[in-house]
Design a protein around this ligand. Structure first.
Ligand SMILES: C[S@@+](CC[C@H](N)C(=O)[O-])C[C@H]1O[C@@H](n2cnc3c(N)ncnc32)[C@H](O)[C@@H]1O
Length: 242
């Protein structure tokens, strides 16, 4: 039998209530999916199926790394904030590949207005659950949809942001999201093969700049960034609006 990539178990009422309205398929047994949207005492989670699977992955906005950054405040010298032009007047950002909201929360905590776009319904369900558990996150708006289409629709309108962040999923090792989380995400959403089209839509929409997050030694996703900010494992390629 060919397993569905991601699904909810028929027996998990809470996960079904979150996933079914978003179109997440329902299965009878864990073996029918590679990843399950499950309800846990910590909140909704992604659970990779199979004997050697790591534990469930939740989006956590209050505790852990994201919570620590919130309590200690984001540094204006943070390479992501600098790349997005916080010091040059950037106030609104579309995070076009929101995922587990690690980057979105870093930007919110730095005082930016963030629209976090996610196209995988199951990941959007995790995000909504996390925001609800956190009692709301001022400055963060979650949107379910394909950022390529949304950015094209927002181009030239009041919804066009100062900057767009693009961080597509690759097969290489990544730093901002830990390996367990990345494995679950990768199985749930697959590789993002249309990253270059997303950058094109972002460059047409952003008022000031687009930042593409890459592994430090990976080639640019789209040729000729204006410049790059290099971190220990990550590089931010900056495309300034002409
Ligand atoms: C590598 S993860 C991003 C991790 C994120 N930066 C974080 O801090 O957690 C990529 C995510 O972007 C989503 N994605 C990729 N292309 C997209 C698109 N065109 N529109 C909306 N979401 C997209 C994927 O479904 C996946 O959840």
């Amino acid at each position: 039998m060919h397993a569905t990539a991601v699904a909810v178990l028929a027996s998990d009422a809470a996960a079904r209530a979150a996933g079914e309205p978003l179109g997440v398929p329902v299965v009878a047994a864990p073996a029918e999916a590679l990843v399950l949207l499950v309800s846990t005492p910590k909140g909704l989670a992604l659970q990779v199926t199979g004997a050697d699977a790591p534990g469930p992955v939740v989006v956590e906005l209050v505790k852990g790394k994201v919570g620590w950054r919130k309590r200690h405040g984001a540094s204006p010298r943070d390479p992501l904030c600098r790349a997005l032009g916080l010091h040059k007047g950037t106030r609104t950002v579309v995070d076009a590949t929101a995922g587990l909201l690690v980057d979105s929360m870093a930007l919110v905590n730095a005082g930016l207005e963030v629209t976090a776009v996610e196209r995988a319904p199951v990941v959007h369900a995790l995000q909504r659950d996390a925001v609800k558990r956190a009692g709301g996150v001022p400055g963060l708006t979650l949107v379910l949809g394909d950022a390529i289409e949304l950015l094209r629709a927002w181009q030239g309108s009041a919804r066009a942001p100062d900057a767009v962040l693009v961080d597509p999923m690759y097969d290489d090792e990544r730093s901002s999201v830990a390996p367990k989380e990345m494995r679950a995400l990768r199985l749930a959403v697959g590789a993002d093969v249309d990253g270059a089209a997303l950058v094109t839509a972002a460059r047409a929409c952003a008022r000031s700049r687009v930042v593409v997050k890459r592994s430090r030694h990976a080639p640019p996703l789209v040729p000729a960034p204006s410049y790059a900010h290099e971190g220990r494992t990550t590089r931010f390629d900056v495309y300034l609006r002409a």
